[in-house]
Design a binder for this molecule. Structure first.
Ligand code: DNO
Length: 394
């Protein structure tokens, strides 16, 4: 696999020369200053390509070229927005940037309730706590019918939390769930937005009446329309699984399981319609056997996110060490290394906060030392696996 790194553009405190020093080979980025839904012009794309090339690296993967909400819920603007998406893909194709990661999650991208859950060793990591999420849904968002989506034990925990939670803790929960994790991934809500809960409620209402089938149809339509430009430039689209891979907040989610992925790959059965194998997202669902899924979908995988989780008995999940947990990254490395050339781009996803990462002002999950540490671990795994392959040991 090619060692890539998610870099947030020229304003990122982690610079390209720093990345070269730690062995990064390719860059994963987006045009973070272009608002979601606007066309990526050839000039803007070239500017980024040249900036990266000047540092002796190359733009390996786009993460993400965001899909506007109206495309997902099938609003009146969908046709025009898909045309714009096609233009952006053409700009990328002309510049030779040919792997494009995107997701099809309605309203909210990845979800965590805690951004710095302490570990015994003094580091911290992201965490998802079902009871705290239920609290947000039932008592802060006050979504109609929300209680029905949670177990009795979870609702008991919500009542207990209600007796002790302070306003500051509520604000922190809102911030973690719908603000801090969203803005930097081209999400709907950004830091500084006034009354994020009200904005969020309005966004949820756009999906009234849109169920899984309707969302699937809109995805099929989107993919069918963009395949010709992908074919023309040899672009591989790779959908990112839903994180966590479950239904949330009454919204349909359609990239949660092997069955969902199979549906997408068959709905538009074209080699350009592929998958981002995010082991972290997939492993957070106890229903997913990540190794089996990697074997099954490997031929259509175009990009790999190396991250692992541990799911607890109550369904909560924590980001595990990259060498442990349900992600089984060592086995995945064997599967993806055996694919041979061209090397699949992989990036370390979400490191632990360590050695000052927590105070570094980084986007949640994207500190420097934690990711560098995990990259070194996985680099060692990759070297070991390549040695096994080259010497016919596996
Ligand atoms: C979070 C990420 C996701 C991912 C997008 C891809 O850390 O894994 O936000 O980048 O969903 O579109």
């Amino acid at each position: 696999m090619e060692k890539t790194w998610r870099w947030f553009g020229p304003k990122d405190r982690i610079t390209l020369p720093m990345l070269r020093q730690i062995g990064v080979e390719g860059i994963v980025t987006s045009l973070h200053d272009v608002p979601a839904g606007e066309v990526w012009t050839p000039e803007k794309v070239d500017e980024m390509t040249n900036f990266i090339a000047a540092a002796g690296l190359h733009w390996s993967v786009v993460e993400s070229l965001p899909v506007s909400e109206a495309i997902k819920y099938g609003g009146p603007d969908a046709g025009r927005l898909i045309e714009g998406y096609i233009e952006s893909l053409a700009s990328l194709g002309k510049a030779g940037v040919k792997t494009v990661c995107y997701n099809f999650m309605p309203v909210i991208d990845w979800i965590r309730t805690d951004l710095a859950k302490p570990w015994d060793d003094g580091t911290s990591s992201l965490y998802f706590d079902r009871a705290r999420f239920a609290y947000f849904d039932c008592r802060i968002l006050e979504r109609a019918g929300a209680e029905a989506d949670y177990t009795d034990a979870e609702m008991e925990a919500v009542k207990r939390l209600d007796r002790t939670i302070t306003q500051a803790e509520k604000d922190d929960l809102i911030d973690s769930i719908i603000v801090k994790t969203q803005g930097f991934v081209h999400g709907n809500i950004k830091e500084g937005d006034k009354n994020p809960v009200a904005i969020f409620r309005r966004l949820l209402s756009l999906y009234d009446g849109i169920d899984r089938d309707a969302l699937r149809e809109n995805m099929r339509c989107f993919l069918s329309r963009i395949m010709p430009v992908c074919e023309e430039y040899g672009i591989g689209m790779c959908v990112h699984p839903d994180d966590p891979p479950v239904q949330v907040l009454g919204l349909p989610r359609i990239v949660t399981s092997a069955g969902d992925i199979e549906w997408i790959l068959r709905a538009v059965d074209h080699p350009s319609n592929g998958l981002t194998f995010c082991a972290g997202s997939l492993s957070a669902g106890a229903h997913n056997d990540v190794v089996e899924m990697a074997r099954r979908f490997a031929p259509r995988v175009k990009f790999v996110h190396l991250r692992s989780t541990e799911v607890l008995d109550n369904g909560n999940f924590i980001e595990a060490s990259h060498l442990a947990g349900r992600g089984h990254l060592i086995e995945l490395t064997r599967i993806f290394e055996k694919q041979g050339a061209p090397a699949l781009p992989m990036r370390i996803d979400h490191g632990r906060n360590m050695l000052g990462d927590a105070e570094g002002g980084y986007n949640p999950g994207y500190g420097f030392y934690g990711r560098m540490f995990a990259l070194a671990q996985m680099d060692g795994v990759m070297a070991t696996v390549r040695n096994e392959i080259n010497n016919d040991l596996i």
